[in-house]
Design a protein around this ligand. Structure first.
Ligand code: MG
Length: 259
């Protein structure tokens, strides 16, 4: 795809003491006015991407998550395949941008990365069919559903997944209603590939997940749905860096530190 016709990648960032909306374009970030729910106007000013601090590209009102959505991951944790999407939530205080250090409390036990595709909802919706669901999608980003695995064992999912900063999100939202089935998600721990899969291997599609949630709850513009992690989860320790890369979206990178 040529740069001219490429899908836009919307981001928010800090530079020179100010906060901007931007469009990520290769190694540059162009400053724009407006947001993803309206129009984006190019302000003809850019920063090199490596000189800005990325923020979560939007602030949602809710962070939805899907558990056990790739068969390989279901097997690696010894669980049964779900018959319908397993839905849980993370508090907004988990949100972090690319580059933000993720704090691991010393009492949390084993803490894992979980590389995931996040859907960003574009319009409020309720009781939508699977057929129409993707028309409510604004775009997609990388998400790390960081999980205190030892604490999850007793079904304390909200605590295990709800620590401050346990939801790195970004670096940008690729503005499209559907990711290609053969797009890859890759998670690297200190540069080594730990997870790699394609979205065709999701048990429940994005459309199915949106239809499922919207039957019981209203999805609002800006809500995030993290769609589950593929096989290959693993422990992360202070000093490690986790990178989640999705074809067409970019790289979400976060160092982990002790707390
Ligand atoms: Mg997860």
């Amino acid at each position: 795809m040529s740069e001219k016709n490429a899908l836009k990648k919307f981001c928010r960032f800090n530079a020179d003491g100010r906060t901007y909306n931007g469009v990520l374009r290769g190694s540059m970030v162009d400053i724009v006015e407006g947001d993803i729910f309206g129009t984006l106007s190019d302000m003809r000013m850019s920063y090199p991407a490596n000189r800005v601090k990325f923020l979560p590209p939007i602030t949602p009102t809710k962070i939805w998550c899907v558990g056990r959505n790739y068969a390989g991951h279901v097997r690696e944790l010894g669980n049964d395949l779900p018959k319908e999407p397993l839905i849980f939530m993370k508090p907004l205080s988990t949100l972090a941008g690319s580059g933000d250090p993720v704090r691991i409390p010393d009492w949390a036990g084993r803490v894992d990365y979980e590389g995931e595709l996040a859907v960003v909802i574009g319009r409020k919706c309720r009781k939508v069919t699977e057929f129409e669901a993707l028309s409510y999608v604004k775009g997609y980003a990388c998400f790390n559903d960081v999980t205190a695995r030892d604490l999850q064992i007793d079904n304390h999912w909200t605590r295990a997944k709800g620590f401050d900063g346990f939801g790195p999100f970004g670096p940008a939202i690729l503005l499209t209603d559907k990711m290609p089935d053969d797009a890859r998600i890759t998670t690297r721990l200190n540069g080594s590939v730990m997870q790699q899969d394609v979205f065709a291997n999701m048990i429940f599609t994005v459309a199915r997940i949106i239809a499922f949630i919207s039957r019981f709850a209203t999805l609002d513009a800006g809500d995030i749905i993290a769609t589950g992690t593929p096989e290959g989860i693993g422990r992360v320790q202070p000093g490690d860096t986790v990178e989640i890369e999705i074809d067409g979206i970019g790289l979400l990178s976060n160092p982990f530190i002790s707390d």
